[in-house]
Ligand binder design. Structure first.
Ligand code: FES
Length: 89
């Protein structure tokens, strides 16, 4: 069964060099520390063909461009809150 949230981190050389190595580590730590492993799938991808907009991260089909640490934390907090809400239903 697939998980509720699929996060794909572009690990092509441009995105990797521009921060996605750190972003991937941050996402993995965030998911583990918040016990979200059962709900969030993390994967890496090769170049998404949009290097100039990178670093790029794709979440459930939505592409986030120019990702930075602040933005990433906001996105993950939003996902965590959304999952908590869906759990209470
Ligand atoms: S390396 Fe990420 S889009 Fe090309």
């Amino acid at each position: 069964m697939s998980k509720e949230i699929n996060i794909t981190v572009c690990l092509g050389s441009a995105c990797y060099a521009r921060g996605n190595e750190d972003h991937l580590n941050y996402i993995e730590d965030y998911v583990r520390l918040n016990n979200l492993d059962a709900k969030i799938e993390i994967s890496g991808s090769r170049c998404e063909g949009k290097c100039s907009d990178g670093p790029n991260i794709i979440i459930n089909g939505t592409v986030y461009n120019h990702v930075n640490a602040v933005m990433l934390k906001e996105i993950l907090d939003g996902i965590k809150d959304g999952l908590a809400v869906s759990e209470k239903k």
